[in-house]
Design a protein around this ligand. Structure first.
Ligand code: NAP
Length: 247
């Protein structure tokens, strides 16, 4: 960015902990003002930590699965900032069960939180990017969206949906200087994977050529690159960050 140019504004969902918090911190280190979104007040803590470290951030607790709530939040943010230049749809949940035992609520919750949320935020924030002829959208999918997984039909469907959604958006706005890409993490250390039994973790590691789980920073670095000026000719792609697990 040239001297005197307007600072970029990024919005990161699920920035209360885990991957989203690492992404928010990494973007803030590039002098980007980061709007941290989470369901609870966790985002306040992360925004505060960024500010204490000398970065720029603010927090907003929004349920990303609620279309009206997202619309309202976008209205407030656009009034305050004019445009959001960078959108990272990262918020996600799991409600695992084998399909025959999966309740409709487990299906709906996962689709609404992981997939519908991408539609809501992107729809409301895209216009400003189009007008500015610049934008970056990164949607966090999962390797599970590419290869499926036992007990995760709902999650895999949402994560595969994110890929189709992102590629379609990428085609619609490529001529307007907007890049839309997917990051597909493998198994990363966070609250989402914390509860996995030791036996399962050992099995996962056996299938990862790098023989370890990823850390949130591995994902933050990939997202940061896709949000940068340098990534201006990359759109509609899936950047897999999985230690070689699905190569
Ligand atoms: P995490 O530690 O469980 O954190 C999830 C974040 O999403 C939290 O900040 C949470 O808010 C927020 N969130 C959940 N539901 C929300 C809602 N309805 N409205 C607003 N915010 C909501 O998860 P993570 O491991 O960092 O995962 C981040 C993303 O990466 C997810 O999309 C996940 O599917 C994907 N991913 C993770 C892995 C992995 O191995 N960890 C692998 C592949 C993909 P609160 O803090 O307020 O609870």
């Amino acid at each position: 960015m040239e001297e005197g140019e307007k600072k970029r504004i990024a919005l990161v969902t699920g920035a209360g902990r885990g991957l989203g918090a690492a992404i928010a911190e990494k973007l803030a280190q590039q002098s980007i003002h980061v709007v941290c979104i989470s369901r609870s007040q966790n985002c306040e803590k992360i925004a505060q930590e960024i500010t204490v470290a000398g970065g720029m951030a603010e927090a907003m607790a929004v349920d990303v699965s609620d279309g009206k709530a997202v619309e309202l939040a976008c209205g407030k943010l656009l009034e305050k900032h004019g445009t959001i230049d960078i959108l990272v749809n990262n918020a996600g949940i799991t409600r695992d069960a084998l399909l025959m035992r999966m309740g409709e609520e487990d299906w709906d919750d996962v689709i609404r939180t992981n997939l519908n949320s991408c539609f809501y935020w992107t729809k409301h924030l895209l216009r400003g990017m189009v007008q500015n002829r610049w934008g970056r959208i990164v949607n966090i999918s999962s390797v599970v969206g590419k290869i499926g997984n036992f007990g995760q039909a709902n999650y895999a469907a949402a994560k595969a949906g994110i890929i189709g959604f992102t590629k379609s958006v990428a085609k619609e706005v490529a001529s307007r200087g907007i890049c839309a890409n997917v990051v597909a993490p493998g198994f990363i250390e966070s609250d989402m994977t914390f509860g996995l039994p030791e036996k399962v973790i050992e099995e996962i590691k056996k299938n990862v050529p790098m023989r370890r789980m990823g850390v949130p920073k591995d994902i933050a670095n990939a997202v940061n690159f896709l949000c940068s000026e340098e990534a201006q000719y990359i759109t509609g792609t899936i950047l897999t960050v999985d230690g070689g697990m699905t190569m």
